[in-house]
Design a protein. Structure first.
Length: 283
C-alpha cells in the first residue's frame, strides 16, 4: 500500500511541477482573446534552456504553458485548426514520465483489491461507500441510460476479469477509445495516427486522486440530491418541519449506520432517478 501511495503522490507531484509548453506565433494565436494573450510571455521556462527564447526560431513568438488555465482558452478560441491540434497534442502528450507510473498505479490498485478478496479496484472502492458495489452504480446509471448510456456501458465492459488481463491491456489505447465513445469526437485515430497518438490517461488528475474509480459519483450525487429535495423540500424549501425531519433522520444519524439506509429511510423508498430525469428535461 505504501508503494501505491508513493506512486500516486509522485504522479500528482509531477503534474503540479509540470512546466511544459510550446512556442506559438501571433498568426497561430489569431482569434484568441486579448486578455488571454496578455497572460503569455516571450520567455520560456527557466528549467529548460533548450526551449528558452534565445533561439532565432522563437523570436517574436509567445510561450504557451500546457496548464489548463492557459491552454484551454487557446484550444477553444484559436481560429487556426492546426494551432488547436498542436496545442491539444502538447497537452495530452506532456509528462512522459507519468506514463509508466500511471500503469504501475493501475496494476497495483488491481493487485491490492484482488488480495483483499475483491474482483477489481472499483469493487474495493465501492465497498466502503454508499453504493457498496459497482453493480449498484451500474443499475442506477442504467435507469438513466437514454441520457448516460455510455457511462453505464463503460462500467459494464471496462473491468478485466483477471489481473493478467489487465496487465495485457494497452491503457493508452483504452483511454482514447473510451474518450471517443463518451464524447463521440475522434482524435488522432481519425487522422490515421492510431490509438496511441496521446497518453491522456497519465495526465488525468481525477483518476489518480481521491475520486479514481468513483468518478461517476458526480452524477450519483446529483441524483441523490434532487431526490432528497423532491421528497423533503420541493413544496416548501423553508419548512421548519422538513428541516427538523432532515436533521433527525440524516444529520443526527451521521456515520452510525450505512449511508444508503439513512438515505432510504428519509426518502421512504430506494433512491429514484425520476427527479434527476425531470431536471434534465426542464427548459
Amino acid at each position: 500500500m505504501k508503494q501505491l501511495n508513493d506512486l500516486v503522490r509522485e504522479c500528482t507531484r509531477n503534474m503540479s511541477a509540470d512546466a511544459s509548453g510550446l512556442w506559438l506565433s501571433w498568426d497561430e494565436l489569431e482569434g484568441v482573446l486579448r486578455r488571454v494573450l496578455d497572460r503569455l510571455t516571450d520567455k520560456g521556462p527557466v528549467v529548460d534552456s533548450d526551449i528558452g527564447n534565445n533561439g532565432s526560431d522563437n523570436i517574436g513568438k509567445l510561450w504557451l504553458p500546457t496548464k489548463v488555465a492557459f491552454s484551454s482558452p487557446v484550444t477553444a478560441s484559436a481560429t487556426c485548426e492546426a494551432t488547436r491540434k498542436k496545442v491539444y497534442y502538447a497537452v495530452v502528450n506532456r509528462m512522459l514520465v507519468n506514463v509508466p507510473l500511471f500503469r504501475e498505479v493501475v496494476l497495483l490498485r488491481d493487485e491490492t483489491a484482488r488480495m483483499l478478496g475483491f474482483r477489481h479496484h472499483a469493487a474495493l472502492k465501492a465497498a466502503g461507500n454508499m453504493m457498496q458495489t459497482p453493480e449498484a452504480v451500474r443499475q442506477l446509471l442504467s435507469e438513466i441510460s437514454d441520457v448516460l448510456h455510455r457511462l453505464a456501458s463503460i462500467i459494464r465492459y471496462r473491468s478485466p476479469e483477471t489481473h493478467e488481463e489487465l496487465e495485457a491491456m494497452n491503457l493508452t489505447e483504452l483511454f482514447n477509445r473510451t474518450r471517443a465513445d463518451i464524447y463521440q469526437i475522434h482524435g488522432g485515430e481519425a487522422l490515421d495516427e492510431g490509438w496511441e497518438w496521446g497518453h491522456g490517461e497519465s495526465v488525468f488528475r481525477n483518476v489518480l486522486n481521491g475520486y479514481d474509480a468513483e468518478y461517476c459519483s458526480y452524477i450519483l450525487g446529483r441524483v441523490f440530491a434532487l431526490d432528497l429535495f423532491d421528497v423533503g423540500f420541493k413544496h416548501d424549501s423553508t419548512s421548519k418541519d422538513a428541516g427538523r425531519r432532515y436533521r433527525d433522520m440524516v444529520i443526527v444519524k451521521g456515520g452510525s449506520q450505512p449511508e444508503m439506509k439513512t438515505l432510504t429511510d428519509f426518502l421512504g423508498h430506494r433512491p429514484s432517478t425520476g427527479p434527476y430525469l425531470a431536471w434534465l428535461r426542464s427548459p
